[in-house]
Design a protein around this ligand. Structure first.
Ligand code: G6P
Length: 480
């Protein structure tokens, strides 16, 4: 069914996101190397690339010197159908580190207290959304589907809608990868009207789960006068649009393939040796304050205090992936985490056992998948998280071991994994109990939980996400 839909679809798809799905690096001799990323978006759209013409738009991930821009542009166009949006370091500081990551990110995660405001960031944000539009407009054609991603580009649908009037049948879809906050938090935002107007200028707005659709619609209705909502329809100004949930998911087959590869098997063997005789609790997170890493460490501290019989018999492997270190709150969370790791290891460790194995790096896929496969328990303790794909990836790698997913109730994923051990990361004693429950769970129960979780992972795949979003976008009403 899905495949039929894929075959039928033809035409052009313009995918727009802050980051291009290509990473560019430069060796000592100044030669550039290009690598296609393996993220959800790329795998979701892979099957479409046979029948649809693709065009990617985004920032190339680093500042590119003026002299190199033409070469890079050329390479990206011919090899990847990608159009780079070159932005100076200064612009990135204001638009990305500033408005996107120091204002929007905390607000969207319901943390108004973390938001910092600076007028020049707002300006830079508007400008960059304009710059994106200026790159897209000359390349867009009648009948194009334009799919815009995430909170860096909230104004873009509005700008494109205004200037694409002459083009026939162009449809604009927007997907927000974060949660949407409650209206009282959202209304803190200085130019909330422009942002709601931007989003509602799309033909389709997608969010991960129903709850975010509801909070978004509540906010939009309060912020803008001409939003009309009926049980089946949403109208903004003179247009009808769709706002709907589409959980992003992963490509579970890619994990199966990796787990049966020689390289991942080798990694598993070496990890098995390293952790012999110990149960493994695993945490894998970008080092972001939304991930609740301090809460996880404190709960582990409490667990070791309450259950000394586990001393020497388990280890918490916490992989903290470096991210957004230009933003002060991210440097602060790193210090807090590293201080906690040190103090817990100092307090509970023995001469031949260290309770927390902490890594500040991203792992090679084979190492990460091996770690997922070998861990007895995976702890996701986000205090707020759009969906959380680590939970999906862990489940996908647990077909042999039937390990237990301990999942914060504040993730989008908690709405899909009814079988996981759900908990509130702020409630330390219960968090510690959840760890014990997971460690002691009999195989029969683990099997049952795994069966139900893997069903969710195999249902809500990134492929389904991509296809159903585009199907809905294509069938959305047109004003022309
Ligand atoms: C979240 C956001 C993405 C972003 C990713 C990595 O998942 O929703 O838009 O790309 O984090 O963050 P970064 O700032 O490095 O792109």
């Amino acid at each position: 069914n899905m495949q039929q839909a894929t075959k039928k679809r033809q035409g052009r798809l313009l995918v727009v996101a802050n980051r291009l799905p290509v990473t560019i690096s430069q060796d000592k001799n100044g030669q550039f190397d290009f690598k296609m990323a393996s993220g959800g978006l790329v795998s979701a759209l892979q099957s479409l690339s046979k029948t649809m013409e693709f065009q990617w738009f985004g920032w190339p991930g680093t500042e590119i010197h003026k002299n190199d821009q033409a070469t890079i542009k050329d390479q990206l166009a011919t090899r990847f159908h990608a159009v780079p949006i070159f932005l100076s370091q200064q612009t990135m500081n204001s638009y990305y580190s500033g408005f996107s990551n120091s204002v929007l990110w905390p607000l969207l995660h319901n943390m108004a207290f973390r938001a910092q405001f600076d007028g020049s960031w707002t300006e830079a944000y508007r400008e960059v959304n304009e710059i994106f539009a200026e790159h897209i407009l000359p390349l867009s054609e009648d009948g194009d589907l334009i799919w815009i991603h995430d909170y860096h580009l909230l104004l873009l649908p509005g700008i494109l809608r205004d200037r694409l009037k002459a083009k026939k049948g162009v449809r604009i879809g927007f997907f927000l990868h974060t949660p949407f906050p409650t209206e009282d938090t959202f209304s803190v935002l200085p130019f909330r009207e422009a942002i709601c107007h931007g989003l509602l200028s799309s033909d389709l707005v997608g969010l991960h789960v129903r709850e975010y659709v509801e909070t978004f619609l509540d906010a939009a209705e309060k912020v803008l006068p001409d939003v009309r909502r009926s049980p089946s329809d949403l109208h903004y100004q003179e247009r009808k649009l769709i706002v709907k949930e589409f959980p992003v998911g992963i490509d579970p087959d890619a994990f199966k393939t990796s787990l049966s590869s020689e390289e991942t098997k080798r990694e598993m063997m070496s990890l098995e040796q390293a952790f012999r005789g110990c149960k493994i609790l695993l945490g894998v997170d970008r080092l972001d304050y939304i991930k609740g890493i301090p809460q996880k460490l404190r709960a582990f501290d409490r667990f070791l205090h309450d259950h000394p019989e586990w001393i020497g018999k388990l280890v918490l492997v916490q992989v903290a992936i470096p991210t957004r270190s230009d933003v002060s709150d991210y440097r602060a969370i790193r210090s807090e985490v590293e201080e906690l790791v040190g103090s817990i290891n100092g307090k509970h460790g023995t001469l031949n056992w260290t309770p927390i194995r902490y890594l500040y790096t991203s792992l090679k896929p084979e190492q990460l998948h091996a770690l997922y496969a070998l861990s007895d328990v995976c702890i996701v303790s986000s205090v707020r998280d759009g969906l959380n794909l680590v939970s999906f990836e862990y489940v996908a790698c647990q077909t042999a071991r039937k390990g237990v997913l301990v999942l914060s109730q504040y993730t989008g994923a908690a709405k899909l994994f009814s079988s996981a051990v759900l908990f509130n990361p702020w409630d330390l004693p219960r968090f510690s109990d959840a760890i014990l429950t997971a460690l002691e769970m009999p195989l029969k129960d683990r099997q049952q939980k795994h069966d139900s979780a893997i069903k969710a992972v195999e249902t809500w795949t990134s492929m389904r996400w991509g296809m159903s979003f585009l199907d809905t976008l294509q069938s959305s009403s047109l004003e022309d």
